[in-house]
Design a protein around this ligand. Structure first.
Ligand code: ZN
Length: 275
């Protein structure tokens, strides 16, 4: 296999190489013959979004998704309306960038019942669906690890993400499966199968869970540094017929402090060795 073939299904999130601007990231990923890029919205600040997407494609990169929309729940109507407006903006940004999908970190409000937040999430997605339809943008609900149920997401398992998908029952609403959030789930295999069978497994994110974890947000491991059965979960995902990217999403103060070119080399090696 050529190197191009080896890394054609590898995608890196711009936040993984946080010290790099979007221009540096796309140039370095392309030079490394990585196939895809997922763009975090803050990387587009002050940029001509359409031109940025064109430059990525001209570099040979596939724009895999835009991160992130969501954060629908709020304690008052003003907050709910603002969230919907921001998600509509994200859809316009994705369309301009040429990203086919937006990842949704769905949100939660500390102290508000999770049942209420889940209802606001389903209502919020329903409210932006017509615009997503107009632009053909997929909305991928990312279940987050339950340690984030207080303020980041009331959707914490594949099953609860599937429940929202069932309720909305729309071909543009699916799931982003991120190993960091779901690796512990005893129902994982069954839920991945179900998600695939319903044609809603939209994305697959990889990293690792370090022991001990020193920070629950910014201490993710590079693949192979932790305890997640990456090959086993990838096999479950691919058994459904999933042909999308392996998206490397590592928030890590430790790796961000290192030389990013060296880190990108380690990402490629870890992808081959551990995914
Ligand atoms: Zn993710």
């Amino acid at each position: 296999m050529s190197e191009l073939t080896d890394f054609s299904k590898l995608c890196v999130h711009t936040i993984t190489t946080k010290p790099w601007s979007v221009e540096e990231a796309m140039d370095r990923y392309a030079a490394a013959e990585i196939g895809g890029i997922t763009v975090w919205r803050q990387w587009l600040d002050g940029r001509d979004i359409e031109k940025t997407g064109e430059r990525m494609r001209a570099n040979g990169l596939e724009v895999v998704s835009l991160c992130r929309g969501g954060f629908f729940p709020a304690s008052d109507q003003k907050g709910i309306d603002e969230a919907i407006a921001d998600n509509r903006l994200a859809i316009h940004e994705a369309a301009a960038l040429g990203a086919p999908m937006i990842v949704l970190v769905c949100g939660a409000v500390p102290g508000q019942p999770l049942t209420e937040s889940r209802k606001q999430i389903a209502d919020g997605i329903a409210a932006v669906l017509p615009l997503a339809e107009e632009h053909g943008i997929k909305l991928a609900i990312e279940p987050l690890h339950p340690m984030y149920a207080d303020d980041r997401s009331a959707i914490n398992t594949m099953a609860s993400a599937n429940a929202v998908c069932d309720e909305l029952d729309h071909p543009l609403v699916g799931i982003a499966a991120d190993v960091y959030h779901i690796w512990w789930d005893p129902d994982l295999e069954e839920q991945i199968q179900l998600t695939g069978a319903k044609n809603r497994l939209f994305a697959f994110h990889v990293c690792d869970w370090k022991t001990p974890t020193t920070d629950f947000l910014n201490d993710r491991g590079l693949m192979g540094e932790g305890c997640i059965d990456l090959k086993g979960i990838r096999a479950m995902v691919e058994a459904t017929g999933f042909e999308g990217f392996n998206e490397v999403e590592v928030f890590s103060e430790r790796w961000w402090a290192r030389d990013q070119d060296e880190f990108l080399g380690k990402i490629k090696k870890a992808y081959l060795d551990f995914c």
